[in-house]
Design a protein around this ligand. Structure first.
Ligand SMILES: NC(=O)c1ccc[n+]([C@@H]2O[C@H](COP(=O)([O-])OP(=O)(O)OC[C@H]3O[C@@H](n4cnc5c(N)ncnc54)[C@H](O)[C@@H]3O)[C@@H](O)[C@H]2O)c1
Length: 313
């Protein structure tokens, strides 16, 4: 049994991670400022032995006694991270400094939820971890991309300078129940539009591709990385390497929802990458991990979740 801090624990990924940690008998302190997360995501855990929930903004220091830290706090979708870009960078950078400081004080192990966005608009495809990326430092996505890059730098400097036990994962598009219905991400957008009988919005011509990892697979990888051998710091790509075009995704969603909605096309937002696909050879090798859930199965669960949310609020 470990005492585990999950920052961003009331968010989409964080709440599923809390579920798994509690199920395996860990003690969990879930910390969140509820910017994009919600109490309802962890309401079923409140009152369970070993689970605590604390409202706190990680841009401020936190003094608690824990052994392991999963640092997931950060708005993850463009509509949310662009709402207050300065706060987004603060969350990534000041938040990382505060959580690394905490890990140093308690001599604990700390995992950073980084992102495929550190690769920016990549020139190579798929992206292995050794690729350094192609990121615009002054664009509207930079608060997130550069904030996450700086957080990675801090993690590796704490490791080199203070011999801290760090782990860094780069998460690619992940989807599933408890995604925010208004996060503007393509999976939630398509499902919500299809369920409401609205037209599905495709940005560009729909030929751009993404790979989608189901949340259960991703959380399994987070746990394996946290439990991985000492000295293995990453960064490690985590995602599903199977690519789908936006048009293919839209068709699957329409079929699963049973909707007759049409597709409407709008211009691509700036700095939107054409392709995004993880090279997960390192995760396969070091974590013996690869995604198991097929897109259709994951979409069915996600459609069922959104159907419930739209019907019951
Ligand atoms: N979901 C994905 O596809 C994806 C892809 C790449 C990286 N990630 C990373 O994984 C992490 C979790 O993402 P998610 O999809 O669950 O997003 P999310 O928005 O659902 O969760 C983030 C959580 O962090 C909280 N938060 C934000 N700022 C905070 C602050 N200053 N202090 C305390 N809490 C704060 C939010 O309220 C929310 O509960 C993020 O760091 C994100 O960058 C996610």
């Amino acid at each position: 049994m470990n005492k585990v801090l999950v920052t961003g624990g009331a968010g989409f990924l964080g709440s599923h991670l809390c579920d798994r940690l509690i199920a395996r008998g860990d003690e969990v302190l879930c910390v969140d400022n509820f910017f994009t997360g919600a109490k309802r995501n962890v309401a079923h855990l409140v009152g369970r032995p070993g689970f605590d929930l604390l409202r706190h903004d990680i841009t401020f220091p936190l003094y608690v006694e824990v052994e392991r830290i999963f640092n997931l706090a950060c708005p993850a979708s463009p509509v949310h991270y662009q709402f207050d870009p300065v706060q987004t960078t603060k969350t990534s950078v000041h938040g990382a400094i505060n959580m690394l400081g905490l890990a140093k004080r308690v001599r604990g192990r700390i995992l950073q939820a980084s992102t495929s966005e550190v690769y920016g608009d990549p020139e190579i495809h798929p992206q292995p971890e050794r690729y350094w990326g192609r990121v615009n430092p002054v664009g509207i996505r930079s608060c997130y991309d550069e904030g996450k890059r700086c957080a990675e730098t801090l993690f590796f400097d704490y490791q080199r300078q203070h011999h801290l036990d760090v782990k860094v994962v780069r998460i690619f598009n992940t989807y599933g129940p408890r995604m925010h219905p208004a996060d503007g991400r393509v999976v939630s957008n398509f499902i919500v539009q299809a369920l409401r009988g609205e037209n599905l919005t495709i940005y560009g011509d729909g030929s751009q591709t993404r790979s989608f990892c189901y949340v259960d697979d991703l959380v399994e990888a987070l746990l394996r990385m946290m439990d991985s051998e000492a000295g293995f710091c990453g960064p490690v790509n985590l995602g599903n390497p199977v690519e789908f075009s936006m048009l293919e995704l839209a068709e699957q969603v329409l079929r699963l929802v049973g909707s007759a909605s049409q597709l409407v096309f709008q211009p691509l937002p700036s700095d939107d990458p054409r392709h995004r696909q993880p090279d997960i050879a390192l995760a396969r090798d070091k974590l013996s991990w690869e995604p198991l859930v097929a897109l259709e199965d994951g979409l069915k669960e996600t459609v069922a979740y959104f159907r419930h949310v739209l019907a019951h609020g």
